[in-house]
Design a protein around this ligand. Structure first.
Ligand code: NIG
Ligand code: FE
Length: 413
């Protein structure tokens, strides 16, 4: 089926040829076409251009977009969208004075989510997660990464990863699965970290590989969680099974986790609220995408990732939601992008690049999504009537998305 979108006020993130990512000054450039058309055949973008150059006017369906803009879908490269229940009580506890660290030390935090994963059936976990995925799709997300990491036992991690696999099968959005067995030390291994790492390496990884349940491997490299040696060990073990590293690092402390991740050819390093000059140095010349998670900084009231230092050093930067029940209970990429502009001093152009093509890179999906390019998936959204694309971050609390298309199919929102 051919669909022709006409009179598009502005077609955003138009790339004639596929690019992998944008870095440094290039992030400030957002190519667009004003008064444009877009042609979609089945699930793919096949053509676009200025209305005045539109020749083939026939299509099975023509959609008039007067006054509205089309964006490529948001590419959310870091989420924990598969989880059970909620941690609203911890939110209230923090308001009343407890810190994220104190809550974790009292058996809350990641271990609280792990308890809930063990109590829930795989089917119910799927239902809760599918509902969240539908919600973020309605908010413009058209490619997403989802992590395990709330299981922390062989059965729990497999349960989460099987749910992610089922989401992959049932949804039109590209999904990447990340194995995050090393998210926290489960209570049963409290004084025996080595035994837990062994469990991950000797039992979890072979099973995950046998069922082909993960694309990437992650670890929470942080004081009180896992150190540099653990990180090197887990990333190397994952690699043996073809799992590419994406690492939680520098959230609260900077102690060399970025250099280790880069040495293991990490696809991305995520969080980076704390960042040293050595970290920036390690990222230069690497093919690793720094990923900022401003919704987490906002929710936990911790520092924001220093986007200006990263971009001004010539590096790329991606934005992701970190959607999870403890530190970022939102998957709204519009809000993430707006927060990056307001709090991290990213320009709208930089933020849009960070939330589309650079997010796609951080999932190894640059060839499929992240820009309006011929041959890419027809994953995009149509805005309401807006004056300029600046309105998305400017009206930070509003939903300016009217229609969502995934693989050329209009989603019911
Ligand atoms: O990215 N930092 C570690 N992991 C998650 C949140 C974990 C949680 O509190 O559930 C994060 O913020
Ligand atoms: Fe996270």
């Amino acid at each position: 089926m051919t669909q022709l979108f006409i009179n598009i006020k502005e077609l955003i993130q138009v790339r004639e040829t596929t690019i992998e990512k944008v870095s440094g000054k290039e992030m400030g450039r957002l190519p667009t076409l004003k008064n444009a058309y877009l042609r979609v055949e089945d699930d793919l973008i096949v053509d676009f251009g200025l209305m005045e150059t539109l020749q083939k006017k026939t299509a099975d369906k023509t959609i008039d977009c007067r006054g509205k803009m089309i964006f490529p879908s948001w590419c959310d490269s870091h989420t924990h969208l598969v989880y059970a229940g909620n941690r609203a009580q911890e939110f209230v506890d923090r308001i009343q004075g407890l810190s994220y660290e104190e809550i974790a030390n009292n058996g809350g935090g990641i271990l609280n989510s792990a308890k809930k994963i063990h109590q829930i059936s795989e089917n119910e976990l799927y239902q809760q997660s599918a509902h969240r995925l539908q919600e973020v799709i309605a908010l413009g997300t058209g490619a997403i990464e989802i992590k395990s990491g709330y299981g922390l036992t062989v059965a729990g991690e497999l349960k989460m990863l099987r749910v992610i696999k089922k989401l992959k099968e049932n949804f039109d959005t590209p999904i990447k699965a990340t194995f995050l067995g090393a998210h926290a030390l489960p209570a049963a291994y409290k004084n025996n970290k080595d035994a837990y790492l062994e469990l991950i390496i000797e039992e979890m990884l072979p099973k995950i590989a046998a069922e082909n349940l993960a694309d990437f491997i992650d670890i929470f490299c942080e004081k009180g969680y896992f150190d540099i040696e653990d990180t090197a060990r887990i990333l190397a073990a994952g690699k043996k099974y073809g799992l590419i590293p994406k690492v939680h690092v520098n959230q609260f402390n900077a102690f060399g986790g970025i250099a280790v991740s880069v040495a293991h050819q990490a696809l991305s390093v995520d969080h980076l609220e704390e960042l040293t000059q050595e970290d920036i140095h390690a990222l230069k010349g690497a093919n690793t995408m720094p990923v900022a998670l401003p919704a987490c900084s906002f929710f936990l009231s911790i520092p924001y990732t220093p986007a200006r230092r990263i971009i001004d050093a010539g590096l790329p930067l991606a934005l992701a939601s970190d959607y999870n029940p403890g530190s970022a209970p939102t998957g709204n990429m519009n809000l993430v992008m707006a927060t990056a502009c307001i709090k991290m001093k990213m320009t709208p152009e930089e933020a849009i690049n960070a939330a589309t093509i650079n997010g796609a890179f951080a999932m190894e999906l640059s060839h499929k999504v992240g820009s309006i390019t011929k041959g890419k998936l027809a994953n995009f959204f149509i805005t309401k009537t807006i004056a300029s694309y600046h309105f998305l971050p400017y009206h930070f609390g509003d939903n300016l998305i009217e229609t969502v298309y995934l693989k050329g199919k209009k989603m019911s929102l």
